[in-house]
Design a protein around this ligand. Structure first.
Ligand SMILES: *Cc1c(COP(=O)(O)O)cnc(C)c1O
Length: 497
């Protein structure tokens, strides 16, 4: 038996807890994020994993990190998550285009990569509640830049013993993203627009989470909070799976030889997806470079270049809204690890971030970042990439994936590194139809996004996903919009219903 993995907060010595408890809590009481006390190595060889399907690969990876779940519990969660909600049995297929491998993570119910983890999180969470004899109703509190919200709503809708509240920036998501959320069914769901940006939503949610008086008040009423954001370790662990899977798949198809290193390129916002790749590397997947791609909100690019994280800058609304983030929550986990799993140091940096909006890591810490390469793409570069790759190969990608693709091209031009590379393809082009059509030079202001989706389907020969068709005429069920400092009362309102 492998050694049990225990979890503790990035910010303090509050003791260690089991995986299922960390998933239930979401965020640590001191505002830190739960991190594993060690990162276990894969038990099977990658060439053995190459013979497994997605679900079996998921089990091989997740059992190593979620050690207090029984085999039966984990297999139950995996089987129910990765089923016909996905439009392909492969779950995460790989397409080759223009010299790179696109790992398509958008074949789930809400056509963005968040489905990869949020299809399984409700099962992990309700199983954890049972294991830990939780009697309270679990209230999932989520801030979204557009995609997490819908994927979490879809996952938790009508799940007994849970309620879900989603906050999104009213003016910061695409029309299709908004329509997806406000039409969400399920008596236990609540969607609220806020007058503010994603960082405001995320900060507000974290504040509600760490309010001890509120927690006590709600506990008395039979509620407790948890999170579906990537601060929850239950989001991160399922995301490691597809990096293992993609390496194994390339191996199986003879695209690489056993032991060959690959690069991965990840369009990044909250740093969850690329952190999962970092964990995969530490579990034994031969990954050379972790290429972190930002849009014009390039706070991470600057961080990798200078060692200073500085959020004091203008927040830019881009065509890749799910990456419009200046406070990348999950970077805190990396900071903790490169500080030598040092919670005290991490807490100091985070206190500086909270008070001055910036912090600078030490030279020792910077030395541990040599596997990372930061890049960014302007709006123009992003749009050109969509068009150029489509014209050259017929492969269509969304704006977020295009940020990664553009950064990858610049990386190759700069370094000459021809290592086989996997680009995380994070959303269907139909989720950001207007931007994709603009890139192709075919946008039409007189048409709504659904009419443009029809047009995009004609132009590209790609069928419109069900996720878009099904919301076209659906009833709008959620209309509340509140100011960013009224989030807590909105939560109490919903819970008193
Ligand atoms: C959430 C999201 C991202 C950013 O992922 P992080 O884990 O927050 O870095 C990129 N692309 C899409 C489409 C997303 O939904």
């Amino acid at each position: 038996m492998a050694k049990e993995v225990l979890y503790s907060s990035t910010r303090g010595a509050l003791g260690q807890i089991k995986a299922s408890e960390a998933i239930l809590r979401g965020l640590a009481p001191d505002g830190g994020l739960y991190v594993p006390d060690h990162i276990p190595h894969l038990e099977k060889e990658l060439r053995e994993i190459a013979q497994l399907d997605y679900k079996e690969t998921a089990y091989e990876v997740m059992k190593l990190l979620l050690t207090d779940y029984t085999e039966e519990e984990l297999r139950y969660c995996i089987t129910n998550a990765y089923d016909s909600k996905f439009d392909t049995e492969e779950i995460a297929p790989i397409s080759e285009a223009d010299g790179a491998f696109y790992l398509e993570l958008y074949h789930g119910a809400t056509i963005a990569f968040k489905d990869m983890a949020l299809s399984i999180l409700p099962y992990l969470m309700t199983t954890a509640a049972k294991k830990n004899n939780v009697k309270n109703e679990i209230v999932i509190l989520t801030a979204t830049s557009g995609d997490t919200g819908k994927a979490a709503l879809a996952g938790f809708a009508d799940v007994p013993g849970t309620r879900i509240i989603v906050f999104y920036p009213k003016h910061g998501v695409s029309p299709i993203q908004e329509q997806q959320m406000v039409t969400q069914k399920g008596d236990n769901t609540c969607v609220i627009g806020i007058e503010g940006n994603f960082d405001d939503a995320q900060t507000g949610v974290k504040k509600i989470f760490t309010d001890k008086e509120l927690a006590a008040e709600l506990d008395a009423k039979g509620f407790q909070f948890s999170s579906a954001n990537s601060i929850n370790i239950g989001r991160l662990v399922p995301q490691i799976v597809y990096y293992v899977y993609s390496y194994a798949k390339l191996l199986k198809e003879g695209r690489i030889a056993d032991g060959d290193a690959i690069n991965v390129v990840v369009p990044t916002g909250n740093f969850g997806n690329i952190l999962a790749a970092y964990y995969a590397k530490n579990m034994g997947v031969p990954i050379a470079k972790l290429i972190c791609a930002s849009n014009s909100n390039k706070v991470l690019f600057d961080f990798f270049k200078t060692g200073e994280y500085d959020r004091n800058r203008e927040f830019v609304l881009t065509a890749s809204p799910s990456m419009d983030i200046l406070i990348s929550s999950n970077l805190e986990r990396l900071i903790y690890h490169i500080a030598g799993d040092n919670a005290q140091k991490d807490a100091e940096f985070m206190a500086q971030l909270a008070s001055n909006g910036k912090y600078e890591i030490t030279d020792d810490m910077r030395e541990k970042l040599t596997d990372f390469y930061g890049g960014f793409a302007t709006e123009e570069e992003t749009f050109n990439t969509i068009r150029n790759v489509f014209d050259k190969t017929g492969y269509l990608m969304d704006t977020h994936t295009a940020v990664a693709s553009s950064v990858y091209s610049k990386y190759v031009a700069e370094t000459g590194d021809k290592t086989v590379s996997v680009i995380a393809s994070t959303a269907s082009p139909f989720k950001f139809t207007r931007s994709v059509m603009t890139a192709l030079g075919k946008a039409d202001d007189s048409k709504d996004d659904f009419a443009l989706a029809d047009e995009l389907s004609r132009v590209s020969g790609v069928e419109i996903p069900d996720a878009v068709t099904s919301i076209r005429t659906a009833e709008i069920r959620h209309k509340t919009v509140v100011d960013k400092d009224k989030m807590q009362s909105a939560v109490l309102d919903f819970l008193s219903k």
